[in-house]
Design a protein around this ligand. Sequence first.
Ligand SMILES: Nc1ncnc2c1ncn2[C@@H]1O[C@H](COP(=O)(O)OP(=O)(O)OP(=O)(O)O)[C@@H](O)[C@H]1O
Ligand SMILES: [Mg+2]
Length: 301
Amino acid sequence: MSIIEKAAAELDKTLSDDASIVEKAANKLEGNGNMSHVEKAVRDKASRDFSSSSTSKVKSQRLALDFAKLRHYGIITPDDKKNTITEQFRVIKRPLLVNSFNQSGAGAVKNGNLIMVSSSLAGEGKSFCAVNLAMSIAMEMDHTVLLVDADVARPMVPKILGLETDKGLLDVLLDDKLDLTEVLIKTNIEKLSILPAGRHHPNANELLASQSMGLLLKELVHRYEDRIIIFDSPPLLLTSESRVLAGQMGQIVLVVEAEETSQQTVRETLRQIESCEIVNLVYNKARSFSDKDLYAAYEPY
Ligand SMILES: Nc1ncnc2c1ncn2[C@@H]1O[C@H](COP(=O)(O)OP(=O)(O)OP(=O)(O)O)[C@@H](O)[C@H]1O
Ligand SMILES: [Mg+2]
């Protein structure tokens, strides 16, 4: 075995453990005097292999969600037994999933995999439902989920999930050199990724209605066509930008807070979003379905 082959073999064995091994192997080769083109190619390949393996190592890092805490706050987790909340979200997600993958033929739903969770007013349970819906779908064998925190002015997804976040959606909208993949967060639920809202911006809501957001949505549809993309969002009657976003969604889940939101308010909201073909209503926080699992309200971490 030549010194080149030995160095290459050594690299193959330990590539993922130590970056310096690439340098050491390269030094060994260089120290050996005249490097042929082949030898240089071996070294360059090894170096490339290492950097791609180290990048994918970084990218494949997963943030651990604390399942015990999530359960305590009423959020569905993979180790949940069957209970009221898991069953209710099973019912809620079913038609959404059917529409998501009905992209051709009769009854096809355009952008069906873009699902916005919203409500008329603040505090009706959008974030609670968006996170639970994402969790519930991520538990399925066949579906991968991207949860987007599009409530950019008042992001709650990281608080509910107990995540520290930095860059996100707003940063991607403001910096065309920043790729989506650089800000996505993978979690210890294999099929769940998060796109956080990003760093504070004074015109956060306006950015939701921007041309850049429209382009980003198109990119999401094409790049992640096999994924369900769930958007937590600002209330529809309180922010016009949220209504612009709604117009670009394939499906909307409209959360209605029981005994709080009037019929007239719900009617007005439905009128505002009539351009979206599929709107599903979720009657939330209804006391009559009494079950302590369901009403274990989360408190931010
Ligand atoms: N089905 C539910 N069961 C128990 N608690 C709930 C439920 N839905 C919402 N809550 C509670 O209601 C509060 C408000 O919910 P959430 O933050 O999801 O509302 P929101 O519509 O996202 O509010 P905002 O408009 O401020 O973003 C939270 O404390 C949450 O725990
Ligand atoms: Mg919210």
